[in-house]
Design a protein around this ligand. Structure first.
Ligand code: ATP
Length: 320
């Protein structure tokens, strides 16, 4: 392999830059050149490709988001579009790709792999919803963002003796809600892995306030119930003032944590090593502290291994 192309795709995640930096420097150490493909598969199709050298990735380890840019480009599902994109790689002598993103990115990578492009995927999404890794890049930073914002909400919630509902991301995965909720000391966590019974929440809140509790924090995963509607219903049912805050894209930004930077650096280097060893068509990940590689097909077709239920039973013991 003489030249690797690297791209970031799907939702941005803090630590993507650290992963690009690691890929570039690990490759250059082995005498391999690197091209940066801007804006994911869209940039690959539109030939937005730049040369990256060691200095080209200076000072990006601290930055959230992705300096290469990212895009959602549904036209990449069409074979003819992918064929045109592959022509751009050939023109620039790019003979392998490292693709940093979530399971949509892995699906695009699998299609390219089936068309003969050497591909390795690196998991980066704050939702932590991909199979083949215990943690995806960006998750730890987002959890810290959730925790810090929950700490702020605690100040105002406790001052006004309110119930505060904080909605977090995760799409259909409860990891951000449960891990962020435990870190922020939430009194009640609502995650998609457990059925949500409104009456259980209302009666626990009512009981806790009746026995002297002065405020409560609820951590809610998105796409379960409308946060404002839940706040109104809780207030109407229990008579306790309740407010909702939707954290939104705030939780996705900011400088990556040490954990995410180190994970991204390890996975970037591992991706390059696999390509050098002639291993393609896989995504890398971490199992405990060990680096692992999983076939794209297996990663895409299997649900992510979830610890959410264990976390929820922990939360049940130490909260309301
Ligand atoms: P996140 O989990 O943060 O949303 P993701 O990688 O899952 O990240 P998607 O938008 O689902 O994000 O996918 C990224 C890109 O991968 C898409 O915009 C598209 O270009 C490509 N892609 C997704 N599915 C396919 C597919 N079936 N065939 C080809 N390309 C695909």
């Amino acid at each position: 392999i003489k030249r690797i192309g690297v791209l970031t795709s799907g939702g941005d995640a803090p630590g993507m830059n650290a992963a690009v930096r690691s890929v570039v420097r690990a490759a250059i150490n082995e005498g391999i050149s690197v091209s940066g493909i801007r804006d994911g598969f869209l940039g690959m199709h539109q030939d937005r490709i730049i040369d990256l050298d060691r200095a080209g990735v200076n000072d990006i380890i601290t930055r959230g988001g992705t300096f290469l840019g990212t895009a959602r480009f549904t036209a990449f599902k069409e074979e003819s579009v992918r064929r045109e994109a592959i022509e751009n790689l050939k023109k620039r002598n790019i003979d392998a790709l490292v693709l940093i993103g979530g399971d949509g990115t892995y699906t695009g990578a699998l299609r390219l792999h089936e068309m003969g492009v050497r591909c390795i995927g690196i998991p980066a999404t704050i939702d932590n919803d991909v199979h083949g890794t215990g943690f995806s890049i960006g998750f730890d930073t987002a959890v810290n963002n959730i925790m810090q914002n929950m700490d702020r909400l605690r100040d105002t919630s406790s001052s006004h003796h309110r119930v505060t509902i904080m909605e977090v991301m995760g799409r259909h995965c409860g990891d951000l809600a449960v891990v962020g909720g435990i870190a922020g000391g939430a009194d009640y966590i609502i995650a998609p892995e457990e059925p949500f019974v409104k009456e259980d929440l209302f009666s626990k809140i009512a009981q806790a306030f009746a026995s002297g509790k002065r405020h409560a924090l609820i951590c809610l995963c998105e796409n379960i119930v409308n946060a404002d509607a839940l706040a109104s219903e809780l207030e109407a049912t229990t008579g306790i003032e309740c407010r909702a805050t939707v954290l939104g894209h705030i939780q996705r930004g900011g400088s990556p944590t040490a954990y995410d930077r180190v994970l991204a650096s390890r996975l970037g280097d591992y991706a390059v090593r696999l390509l050098i060893d002639g291993v393609y068509g896989k995504c890398v990940g971490i199992d405990g502290t060990t680096l692992i590689a999983t076939d794209f097909e297996e990663a895409i077709n299997n649900p992510k291994h979830s610890h959410v239920n264990e976390y929820i039973s922990l939360s049940n013991k130490i909260s309301l």
